[in-house]
Design a protein around this ligand. Structure first.
Ligand SMILES: C[S@@+](CC[C@H](N)C(=O)[O-])C[C@H]1O[C@@H](n2cnc3c(N)ncnc32)[C@H](O)[C@@H]1O
Length: 286
């Protein structure tokens, strides 16, 4: 098995701009290798889905030197010694499957095991961890007097748009949401989400497929959408339609200092809470 890897070669002064662009694709790693003569080779992967690769390439400047090459999975995969559990909230941790067995000191810990397959996410990306933290907050603090969530009604129906490895949907199942729907454009994401349902003992709790967001019907108490800003803007009408009145839309995949256009597109939904990590932000809108 091999992974399609996008490699951009530019002069050093452009390196930050290129890596920034790649992080916005929601990737889990970007590598930078000096090529001599002031040139750097910057590489990442959005998986093997042809459409996903095309969408990523379309955001690159046509003047940059870009190649897409196959890299053997043995090289593409992050070695276990570079992985670590991600404690994203008190008593809540996501753990790459490569680190199993994992025994937390406190048996009450909520452990979400993530096997990435060829889909996005080990649960450690800033956009995932802050989304997981906000979802946990919504689901766990229903009865708290201080909660932003106190008056927002039931939390029985969850939709995860762009589920990747299913980290958010699986956490929803672990925290007891009875009806969960997850969608992604990538077949690899559907496979990974099914695998992670099994790994976390919530098999059968999530209906996951590649239904386009425009074709999803009904409304949901919570809609999670950790996708890139341009995608959030393009699907803003559907996201608004899919959240029940008074329900919560949690958006992520956006930069902390550059997301006003996303909020504008989602009006009249308005931010009620946000969480930042490493320059990324997740926001609850209602
Ligand atoms: C940043 S990842 C988030 C994955 C996961 N939800 C998480 O939080 O770790 C974004 C995911 O959105 C998917 N995606 C991109 N455009 C999409 C679209 N128009 N509809 C559904 N999924 C999409 C990608 O394939 C990718 O798996």
């Amino acid at each position: 098995m091999s992974t399609r890897t996008i490699v951009v070669t530019v002069t050093e002064d452009l390196a930050e701009l290129v890596t920034d662009r790649m992080w916005q694709w929601g990737v889990q790693a970007v590598s930078e290798t000096a090529g001599g003569n002031g040139v750097v080779e910057i590489a990442t992967s959005v998986g093997n889905d042809v459409d996903a690769i095309d969408r990523a390439l379309a955001t690159l400047d046509p003047s940059w030197a870009v190649v897409v090459r196959d890299v053997e999975d043995a090289i593409a995969q992050v070695p276990a010694e570079f992985l670590s559990p991600t404690w994203y909230a008190p008593g809540m941790v996501s753990v790459p499957a490569a680190l199993l067995p994992f025994e937390p000191d406190d048996p009450a810990t909520t452990v979400t095991v993530i096997d990435p397959g060829s889909a996005f996410g080990l649960g450690d990306h800033p956009t995932t961890r802050t989304s997981m933290a906000l979802l946990a907050e919504l689901l766990r603090s229903r009865d708290s007097v201080d909660s932003v969530d106190r008056a927002s009604g039931p939390h029985d129906r969850l939709l995860d748009v762009g589920c990747g490895t299913g980290a958010l949907a699986v956490l929803g199942a672990q925290l007891g949401v009875p009806t969960i729907r997850a969608i992604d454009i990538a077949d690899a994401a559907v496979a990974a989400t099914r695998r992670n349902m099994e790994l976390n003992g919530v098999d059968g709790s999530i209906v996951v497929d590649t239904t386009p967001v425009a074709d999803v019907t009904g409304t949901f108490d919570i809609v999670m959408a950790n996708i890139l800003a341009p995608v959030l803007v393009s699907m803003a009408g559907d996201l608004r339609r899919l959240v029940r009145p008074g329900g919560s839309l949690v958006i992520s995949g956006i930069l902390a200092d550059r997301h006003d256009h996303v909020l504008d597109a989602l009006q009249p939904l308005a931010p009620v809470r946000s969480l930042e990590h490493d320059g990324w932000v997740s926001i609850i809108l209602r």
